[in-house]
Design a protein around this ligand. Structure first.
Ligand SMILES: Nc1ncnc2c1ncn2[C@@H]1O[C@H](COP(=O)(O)OP(=O)(O)OP(=O)(O)O)[C@@H](O)[C@H]1O
Ligand SMILES: [Mg+2]
Length: 410
């Protein structure tokens, strides 16, 4: 039942925990040959402790809470995850985003079985982890690969030796091992570096070795905890390309956990936003990023898209723009901009774009535009019934997301 009993000797850099962004070794439960795409079919729902749903999600968390006991006397227990429920489907790339301390790595450690929930349940392929025998749990863990921010490679082994390691542990014979290592190194574009040692590689190359190692036993699930956070943008995008190929060509389900919104935006199909140990929002990448429903998610996501003027920017804008200031969220509605223009026109409202921009997310437009609105009779009429109010009301009735920016503070 206890997470710590699942640990293998910690000298193995492919195993044990990694909840902080440090150089400690991390987990890779990839220790047996499992036939890629079809791997999870061997993990059927029949063994599930708690009546699994017929079409089980690949990963499912049900009201999971994780509380760490107080450190020392007088300390207070710390709830790292608070009633978290989420589902990751087979074959998707699921992103988890949140600030430092939000509980992201704790979530990873619950999925790979290194921690057990204080309350709630974690299912992998329909099997509830804590209900499994140690043997079954090992089998499930073998089907999960891990990659880390600090790569966690053996310094004393060659590139090929690092990739071969989990195969050795899984007792794959030498000829087959060599074949697989060559295939994996070819897959990550490092065949010509097979005999180099990690210190001879760049960060991006090290992470590609990390990915090859994680895929060595053909896991159906790959967990990436801040896997690109130590890399520059160009290298990050190369590593993300590789993960995308693993997902598309090998059918590996990927859970990618990061504080980097760009990473999530470029690779995830669906996302969960974690804040203070709670999932404040989850859904398709586009829905969550283009149209966050909660303030917490908007705060976390808005920061990266820079689509709402900050308080300081707003104060500066107000110096030259005395009218009402509203921000309109841009979505992929047909004729969105025409609708805006015609609404302002028909209400006799002058609208000047003073801030914002439109980008793209999954090939769909996303962003926001901040307008200064001035009615024909000044800034909107004496009792809120003026042209500006009418225009805002009309836009909202039309489904446009309009936020009036708060009036200047004292
Ligand atoms: N083993 C532990 N014992 C006590 N507290 C822990 C433990 N692991 C994590 N925590 C606490 O739980 C909270 C969440 O930590 P976690 O490492 O999951 O955050 P994170 O989102 O991964 O942060 P970062 O982006 O900095 O990696 C933090 O307050 C952390 O100090
Ligand atoms: Mg972390």
């Amino acid at each position: 039942m206890s997470g710590s009993t699942q640990r293998e000797p910690s000298s193995d850099p492919t195993r044990s925990g990694n909840h902080e962004r440090d150089d400690r070794p991390g987990t890779s439960g990839t220790h047996a040959p499992v036939p890629g795409r079809t791997a999870m079919t061997s993990v059927s729902a029949s063994e599930a402790g708690q009546g699994a749903a017929p079409a089980a999600a690949h990963v499912r968390l049900e009201h999971v809470t994780k509380t760490f006991p107080a450190a020392g006397s007088g300390g207070r227990p710390l709830t790292a995850l608070d009633d978290v429920s989420l589902e990751v489907s087979h074959g998707e790339v699921f992103g988890v985003v949140g600030h430092s301390g939000a509980g992201k790595s704790t979530l990873v450690r619950l999925i790979n079985g290194l921690e057990t929930p204080t309350a709630g349940r974690v299912y992998l392929g329909g099997r509830e982890l804590t209900s499994l025998t140690e043997r079954a749990r090992r089998e499930v863990r073998r089907d999960t690969g891990m990659i880390f921010q600090q790569f966690n490679l053996f310094r004393s082994r060659t590139v090929a030796g690092n990739v071969a390691y989990p195969l050795k542990v899984a007792r794959v014979g030498q000829p087959e091992r060599d074949r697989r290592v060559a295939r994996l190194l070819d897959f990550v574009g490092l065949l010509d570096r097979a005999h180099d040692h990690p210190e001879q590689l760049s960060g991006g190359q090290k992470q590609r070795v990390g990915i090859a190692r994680a895929l060595a036993t053909e896991p159906s699930l790959l967990l990436a905890d801040e896997a690109t956070s130590a890399l520059d943008p160009q290298t990050t995008s190369e590593v993300l390309d590789l993960l995308r190929r693993a997902n598309r060509n090998l059918g590996v389900t990927i859970v990618i956990i990061t504080h980097e919104l760009d990473v999530i935006q470029s690779i995830a199909d669906r996302v969960a936003v974690l804040d203070g140990g709670r999932v404040v929002e989850s859904g398709s990448l586009y829905d969550v990023f283009a149209q966050p429903r909660t303030e917490a998610a908007a705060r976390i996501i808005g920061m990266a898209l820079r689509d709402r003027p900050s308080a300081a920017t707003l104060a500066r804008l107000r110096l030259t723009h005395p009218g009402r200031i509203v921000t309109v969220r841009v979505r992929d509605r047909a004729a969105f901009q025409t609708a805006l223009a015609s609404t302002f026109l028909s209400h006799g409202v002058a609208a000047e774009i003073i801030f914002g921009g439109i980008g793209e997310l999954q090939d769909r437009p996303v962003g926001s535009l901040t307008f200064e609105l001035t009615g024909p009779d000044g800034a909107g009429g004496p009792d809120g019934a003026g042209a500006v109010d009418a225009a805002i009301t009309a836009l909202r009735a039309d489904g446009v997301d309009v936020t009036e920016e708060p009036a200047e503070e004292g």
